[in-house]
Design a protein around this ligand. Structure first.
Ligand code: ZN
Length: 175
């Protein structure tokens, strides 16, 4: 099948026509492969612990334009990546973290996306053959995105919901 490069993440995907997300801007082939990856993650409970990382990584690798929905989406997904990767947020608390982060979304500002959004894309996740490999690539993908946005880390940390940070910190001390 003919492939083409997604203008946002840079991955190689089938060159197809089809739907895309309204504000996570991608090529139709990239959006369709992401749909396959999500379907795989919903099909087996062993993906639960990394599923939100896939969602966050995809969202911040397709930041879209400066409209309000894009700004808020990128903001909440970067906040959750920060909580997962720097504060050890547990998968079962991911939804609460998202709600807490979303409360402040009206104050988020546009963050100019980095020139490079990393070398791992959802195409690499789709190619994996086993659950363990899939999970390992998702973790590396999420970390590469968090690193790619490093010039905005201070701003993102200033948006962290205080309650989430406090509960993660107290868990760290107990653990
Ligand atoms: Zn893409």
């Amino acid at each position: 099948m003919k492939t083409c490069r997604c203008f946002s993440c840079g991955g190689e995907f089938p060159d197809i026509d089809g739907p895309v997300h309204p504000y996570m801007a991608s090529s139709p082939g990239c959006w369709s492969v992401y749909g396959e990856v999500l379907a795989r993650e919903y099909s087996d409970v062993s993906f639960f612990e990394i599923h939100r990382l896939s969602v966050d990584a995809y969202a911040v690798q397709h930041p879209g334009s400066t409209d309000r929905q894009s700004i808020q989406s990128v903001g909440v997904h970067l906040i959750r990546l920060c909580l997962f990767l720097e504060y050890g947020l547990a998968a079962e608390n991911a939804n609460n973290a998202m709600l807490a982060a979303g409360k402040y979304k009206h104050s988020f500002v546009w963050l100019e996306p980095p020139a490079s959004l990393g070398r791992i894309t959802v195409a690499d996740v789709a190619k994996t053959k086993t659950v363990e490999e899939h999970k390992a690539v998702v973790r590396a993908w999420a970390q590469s995105l968090w690193d790619a946005w490093s010039m905005h880390h201070d701003t993102i940390r200033s948006w962290l919901p205080a309650q989430q940070v406090a509960s993660a910190d107290s868990k760290k001390q107990r653990g």
